[in-house]
Design a protein around this ligand. Structure first.
Ligand SMILES: [Zn+2]
Length: 144
């Protein structure tokens, strides 16, 4: 179905990941939308997480608090966004362990620790299907 994401929000995502990863470590973000309109990203969440040069782990307590908050403020995580050291693709871990395993959930991978200018063509974007497979049918992200 795809996600509408404002350019400012994309730039905010990139700068957060650059600052956090310092060009040496991965970083992860969540994009959130209103429950009533899950096709439009309105918020970037930068979780408490650890990271290495080729992996990351989100703090479990932080996630629990996020789910609790979202249950009351009527927002939903619609995508996870993370960086890779090299090219953007979905690793086996990325396939198997998304933050949410709801069909329609979108996973975005940004190459080279997000150090490059905004270029959707170099990103990997995939959507979780009903059958559990990921499909990257462009354009899943529409810049608004
Ligand atoms: Zn980070």
């Amino acid at each position: 179905m795809g996600l509408q994401v404002g350019e400012r929000l994309l730039e905010q995502s990139l700068s957060t990941m650059r600052r956090c990863g310092g060009g040496r470590r991965e970083c992860v973000l969540f994009w959130a939308a209103r429950a009533s309109d899950t096709s439009r990203v309105i918020l970037v969440e930068h979780p408490a997480h650890t990271a290495t040069r080729d992996g990351y782990s989100v703090d479990g307590n932080w996630l629990t608090q996020l789910w609790e908050r979202m249950a009351t403020d009527d927002t939903r995580v619609v995508a996870q966004v993370h960086t890779h050291p090299g090219v953007a693709f979905h690793s086996r871990t990325d396939d198997a362990f998304p933050a949410l395993s709801t069909p329609g959930f979108v996973s975005v991978v940004i190459p080279r620790y997000a150090t490059e200018d905004l270029d959707l063509g170099s990103w990997f974007v995939a959507e979780l299907q009903e059958d559990g497979n990921w499909q990257s049918q462009p354009p899943l992200i529409v810049i608004t």
